[in-house]
Design a protein around this ligand. Structure first.
Ligand code: KG4
Ligand code: ZN
Length: 356
C-alpha cells in the first residue's frame, strides 16, 4: 500500500448479526467517530431474524457511514482503506456490509480489508490505551457471546490456535433460553442478571456440564434442560417471583463455576505452549459481573492477568473491525474485491494469513 494511504484513517463496518455499526479510526487506533445501532426489530420474535437484520443493515448503513465520516471530518476520498466484517455471521448482513465497503473501495480506489469478525474481537484489547503499556502477543481469549463460546490462543495477527469451544449452545444462547423459560423477554442475559441479584444461588442444585473434564470444551444444553425441568414443576404461569430469582441465581452460579473451570483448563493448555500471560474476556456475556468476578479469580490463581475491555468494545461494534484492519494493513495485508463473505470462517483456518 502507498505510504500516504497508511497515514490516512480507516473506515470499518460491522453487519454480521443484529448490530449495524460503523467507525472511523486514525492509523494509530484513535477513534475519530463511531456509531452502533442495536436493531430493535427482533425482540418480538425472541431472537435475531436474519432477513430482518439484513434489510435493516441496508436501510441504516448509508446514513450511518455519512454520519461517522462527517463527525470524523473526513471525505470518502480522504480515507486510507475500507474494512468490513466478512464472516462468520449471518450471510445476508455480511453481504450488505462487505458489498457496501467494496463499493466505496472501488469508487475511491482504496484498499479493502475483509475482516474475520472473531479476529476483530480477538485483537480488541490491543487497541491503544486499553491496556496500560499495551498488550503483546501471545494471550488467551475467552469469547463468550450469543453466537460464540470458545477459547483461543492469540499468537499474532492472523495467528490463532483454537483450544476449545462449545459442543452445543453458546453461553449467551443459554442465558437467552433460560431467560425465556423465566418469562424475561429477549435477550435474556441482562434481565437474568438483574433477577439473580435477589436470588439464592444455592437454592437449586443444577449440573456443571464438563466440570473437571480434560480440555476446554463447553456444553450448556444439559444445564438449560435442567432449568426447564425445575420450571416445569410449577403450574404454567405460576412461578413465584422469589423462586424465579433463586432459579436465575442458581443458573448463573452454575455457569460461573463452569466457565471458571473451563478457563482454568484453557490457561493450563496455554501455559504448555507459552509463558502465562493474560486472560482476555470478550463478547456480550462478559457484561455479567458474577461471571467476570469468577474469571478474574481463576486467572489470578493461574498466574494470568485479567483483561475485560469496556462493554461497548466487548459487544459487537465497528471500532474493532477498523482496528483489526489497521493491524492487518500494517503487515501489508489487504483483500481483493472478489473476497466472498462467508457464514462460517474459523480463526484457525489457513487463509487467516496471505500465502507466503
Ligand atoms: O456479543 P453480543 O452483544 O452479540 C453476539 O451474540 O454476537 O452478545 C449478546 C449475548 C446475548 O446472548 C445476551 O443475552 C448476552 O450476550 N448478555 C449477557 C449479559 N448481557 C448480555 N449474558 C449474561 N449476563 C449479562 N449481563
Ligand atoms: Zn461478535
Amino acid at each position: 500500500m502507498r505510504t500516504e494511504r497508511m497515514a490516512a484513517p480507516v473506515l470499518g463496518l460491522e453487519t454480521s448479526c443484529d448490530e449495524t455499526a460503523a467507525a472511523v479510526l486514525a492509523p494509530d487506533g484513535t477513534v475519530l467517530a463511531e456509531a452502533v445501532l442495536s436493531q430493535p426489530g427482533h425482540a418480538a420474535y425472541g431472537g435475531v431474524v436474519p432477513e430482518i437484520a439484513a434489510r435493516a443493515h441496508l436501510a441504516h448503513l448509508p446514513a450511518m457511514v455519512s454520519d461517522v465520516l462527517a463527525r470524523a471530518g473526513i471525505a470518502p476520498a480522504g480515507l486510507g482503506a475500507v474494512a468490513a466484517s466478512s464472516g462468520p455471521g449471518l450471510i445476508g448482513g455480511l453481504i450488505v456490509g462487505s458489498g457496501f465497503a467494496k463499493g466505496m473501495a472501488l469508487a475511491q480506489r482504496l484498499p479493502f480489508v475483509a475482516v474475520n469478525h472473531l479476529e476483530a474481537h480477538a485483537l480488541t484489547p490491543r487497541l491503544p490505551g486499553l491496556v496500560k503499556d499495551g498488550l503483546e502477543f501471545p494471550y488467551l481469549l475467552l469469547l463468550v457471546s450469543g453466537g460464540h463460546c470458545q477459547c483461543i490462543a492469540v499468537e499474532g495477527v492472523g495467528r490463532y490456535r483454537r483450544l476449545g469451544g462449545t459442543i452445543d449452545d453458546a453461553v449467551g444462547e443459554a442465558f437467552d433460553k433460560v431467560g425465556k423459560l423465566l418469562g424475561l423477554g429477549w435477550p435474556g442475559g441482562p434481565a437474568l442478571e438483574r433477577l439473580a441479584l435477589g436470588g439464592d444461588p444455592a437454592r437449586f442444585a443444577l449440573p456443571r456440564p464438563l466440570l473437571g473434564r480434560a480440555g476446554c470444551d463447553f456444553s450448556f444444553s444439559g444445564l438449560k434442560t435442567a432449568v426447564a425441568h425445575v420450571v416445569a414443576q410449577y403450574p404454567a404461569g405460576a412461578l413465584p417471583a422469589q423462586d424465579a430469582a433463586d432459579i436465575a441465581a442458581s443458573f448463573q452460579r452454575a455457569v460461573a463455576d463452569t466457565l471458571a473451570d473451563r478457563a482454568a483448563h484453557a490457561m493450563a493448555m496455554f501455559a504448555a505452549l507459552h509463558r502465562p500471560s493474560s486472560l482476555v474476556v470478550a463478547g456480550g456475556v462478559a457484561a455479567n459481573a458474577t461471571l467476570r468476578a469468577a474469571l478474574e479469580r481463576t486467572a489470578g490463581k493461574s498466574g494470568f492477568g485479567f483483561i475485560a475491555p469496556p462493554l461497548r468494545l466487548c459487544t459487537d461494534n465497528a471500532v474493532m473491525v477498523a482496528w483489526a484492519a489497521i493491524e492487518r494493513l500494517r503487515l501489508g495485508w489487504a483483500d481483493g474485491l472478489d473476497h466472498a463473505p462467508r457464514p462460517r470462517w474459523s480463526l484457525d483456518s489457513a487463509d487467516m494469513r496471505p500465502a507466503p
